[in-house]
Design a protein around this ligand. Structure first.
Ligand SMILES: [Fe+2]
Ligand SMILES: [Fe+2]
Length: 221
């Protein structure tokens, strides 16, 4: 049986929010992180008990792709937009929480750098590495730290940051998240739209549908 995960996101009415809803995008990314962590946990147990096979190689590749590309972008979203929104807070507990979350990012990234070479082997042909005790320990800390971290962000940080942000800062956050993910492609699409409709015209429904479809295919959460 395969190890892949494609289950819907519990608790989210729209599993594919657009860049116009940046905090929904952050929550969707948390859901994908949780799924990837559960997959990583099943993967290490499966290899430990049964060794490598095609399913474990595929699962290792999925986990690798997620934490290589999407997780760093997500940390950057928070460090560029969410944490700074709380910098002026006079709530010392909140300030301490933000400092702790920032330190968590550094620790999670260090853990990932230690776990990644093992996953590269597991995703390779033929995989060789068993699950060393230190790998069990690192994966367990990686998951536990991520789960605690995301729960704190969802309960205390995202709602407070959202309350501190105005329409302009939310719009800048959306644009920056989109630019860092789809880069020049988004600029080309926007340029074409401006050329077709003029800088002050609003997007037509057909263009909006087309653009969203395109961005959804290109999206890396
Ligand atoms: Fe974070
Ligand atoms: Fe987060």
């Amino acid at each position: 049986m395969g190890l892949g995960v494609t289950t819907p996101l519990p608790g989210f009415a729209d599993a594919s929010p657009t860049f116009a809803q940046p905090f929904d995008m952050l929550l969707a990314c948390h859901a994908r992180t949780r799924r990837s962590l559960h997959l990583l946990d099943r993967l290490r147990k499966r290899i430990d008990q049964h060794g490598h096979d095609a399913h474990t190689r595929e699962a290792a590749g999925d986990v690798l792709r997620y934490f290589r590309k999407a997780a760093p972008l997500h940390h950057e979203d928070e460090e560029r937009h969410v944490f700074p929104a709380l910098h002026d807070s006079t709530d010392s507990e909140l300030n301490l929480a933000v400092d702790g979350l920032q330190a968590d990012h550094a620790r999670l990234e260090a853990l990932w750098r230690a776990i990644e070479p093992v996953l590269r082997d597991w995703a390779g042909e033929p995989p060789q590495a068993p699950v060393e005790p230190v790998t069990h320990t690192r994966i367990a800390e990686f998951a536990q730290r991520y789960f605690t971290h995301m729960a704190l962000e969802e309960v205390a940080i995202f709602p407070t940051a959202l309350a501190h942000m105005n329409e302009q800062s939310l719009s800048a956050m959306s644009a920056d998240m989109e630019r860092r993910r789809v880069g020049p492609a988004a600029e080309i699409i926007k340029g074409a739209r401006r050329a077709a409709t003029g800088p002050n015209s609003s997007e037509t429904p057909a263009m909006r549908t087309s653009r969203r479809g395109y961005l959804r295919r290109r999206r890396v959460l």
